[in-house]
Design a protein around this ligand. Structure first.
Ligand SMILES: Cc1ncc(COP(=O)(O)O)c(C=O)c1O
Length: 469
């Protein structure tokens, strides 16, 4: 028998950070390793994560203001979610349930139907946001098959990196979208513009028949923190109802309290036909995603014996993931995380506006809804002039994002605060967990004030130095 030379699980913790970086660069992704090196993140080994904080091996306590890209609405390792998983495992619950009706999945779907408005009733579970959107597009196309086969999407939307979701993602994902052939039949319209959509529908009707099956959009454009014009979502809902176009709302980023309501579309009180969800449903511990669909759509497509296995996935809705999600929803409910997102979000935005008035040279705009917030910065060349920086090795590819990169790096190194950049390279994306306190917001804003007030050009130059070990 061949015996492989495998590293044992307990040994993982004993590797030095340098050894881990080297393994990651060699076996996972060398480009990402270089990027993290530039920011100065590669030097730290995180040994613990709890609530709003990360702890490094060398004793640093880092305030995590990134919110794990909306995965961490509950903070890190929330005690109730840890306990739910422990309970599931202590009782040796059934995980893989293809022959029996899964109890945790059934109860999770029941709770989701309670949370979602209107006739949104049937849930499908999978493991990633892109898969959830793929599933939503498939059920919508099947509903209208064979009469309609077109999908409308918006120029700003981001829906994932699989073939179908890439095809219906807009400008934000263009750089890599252009490397692959898109699916046929995907029609782009500008985000927030009802007139162009109406015109598209009119033209398609004029040239024969209406062939649009569905429209997919982010009700609030998450990684740019853009709200559509007031009334747009309501007009869109009415138009889709009138034309029998299935409206798919992607709430993968904005769902479960992030914007100060349970879902982004609730800010305009609409009821989409399908809603996709992921991220914080897993309470920061489980990879669970899915969609919920109105009952008449489900019944016509997958509701029969013949149709019930048309769309399935091996790891969808496993017991431990669903048990975690049940607890995650209950924590949001019991701890009023949504109320905190609203209250702290208002305070955070007010303090962000103070920084905008103080540093107009760097900050072009600030926007926020709940705890989904962004600083839109002026470009590096607008602030410093392109000539100064473009000959620095490694910087050409990053030119647009140098100011945000310098700020992210400095906040981390000298102020022990972690944030990410956003959907565009000239943004700072601010999405802390929904358990954040006013004191932590003050700590963040005061530190950022200090960074904006320091010599940013020197900080940019320092980024280059990070590449030398
Ligand atoms: C709005 C939105 N849709 C879809 C996705 C894709 O999710 P995943 O990365 O889990 O495939 C994301 C990921 O960030 C997202 O923000």
């Amino acid at each position: 028998m061949k015996r492989y030379s495998l590293i044992q699980l307990p040994e993982v913790e004993d590797f030095t950070q340098k050894e881990i970086v080297s393994m990651y660069s060699k076996y996972v992704n060398s480009g990402i390793a270089t990027f993290l090196k530039i920011l100065g993140f590669d030097k730290y080994k995180i040994v613990k994560a709890e609530g709003m904080y990360l702890y490094t091996e060398c004793g640093k306590k880092i305030l995590d203001f990134s919110g794990g890209m909306s995965v961490l609405n509950h903070g890190h390792n929330h005690p109730r979610i840890m306990e739910a998983r422990k309970r599931f495992n202590d009782h040796k619950r059934l995980e893989i349930c293809k022959a029996f009706i899964p109890q945790y999945q059934s109860v999770l779907a029941n709770n989701l139907a309670e949370i979602f408005p209107g006739d949104l009733q049937y849930s499908f579970f999978c493991n990633s946001g892109a898969e959830a959107n793929e599933g939503a597009l498939k059920i919508a196309l099947l509903f209208h098959r064979p009469k309609r086969d077109k999908i409308v999407y918006t120029d700003l939307g981001y829906h994932g990196k699989t073939f179908a979701t890439m095809s219906v993602s807009g400008m934000v994902s263009r750089p890599y979208k252009e490397l692959f052939k898109s699916l046929d039949g995907c029609l782009e319209v500008p985000y927030g513009n009802i007139g162009v959509l109406k015109e598209l529908i009119r033209k398609r009707k004029e040239s024969g028949r209406l062939d649009i099956a569905c429209m997919i959009l982010e009700p609030i454009k998450a990684d740019l923190v853009l709200m559509p014009p007031h009334g747009y979502l309501r007009e869109l809902e009415a138009l889709c109802n009138e034309q029998d176009i299935i409206l798919i709302a992607d709430e993968i980023f904005t769902g479960f309290g992030r914007t100060g309501k349970m879902f982004g579309f609730e800010h305009e009180g609409i009821v989409p036909d399908i809603v996709t969800f992921s991220k914080s449903l897993g309470g920061g511990k489980a990879s669970i995603a899915g969609y919920i669909v109105k009952s008449h759509i489900f019944k016509k497509t997958y509701g029969s014996l013949k149709g019930c296995t048309v769309h399935t996935t091996t790891f969808g809705g496993l017991g431990e993931e669903c048990a975690t999600a049940i607890e995650a929803l209950n924590v949001i409910n019991d701890e009023d995380l949504i109320g905190n997102a609203r209250a702290q979000g208002e305070y955070l935005l007010a303090r962000m506006k103070e920084l905008k008035s103080k540093y107009p040279r760097f900050i072009k705009d600030v926007r926020g809804i709940g705890l989904l917030c962004i600083f839109e910065l002026r470009s590096t060349s607008e602030v410093f002039g392109e000539r100064l920086l473009k000959n620095i090795p490694h910087f050409n590819d990053l030119l647009l994002g140098l100011i945000p990169a310098a700020i992210v790096s400095e906040l981390f190194k000298r102020h022990n605060i972690l944030i990410y950049t956003g959907g565009r390279e000239d943004n700072l994306f601010i999405n802390p967990s929904l358990i954040i306190t006013k004191e932590e917001i003050d700590m963040f804003i005061d530190s950022l004030d200090n960074v904006f007030g320091s010599n940013l050009l020197r900080l940019i130059m320092e980024l280059g130095g990070n590449l030398i070990f």
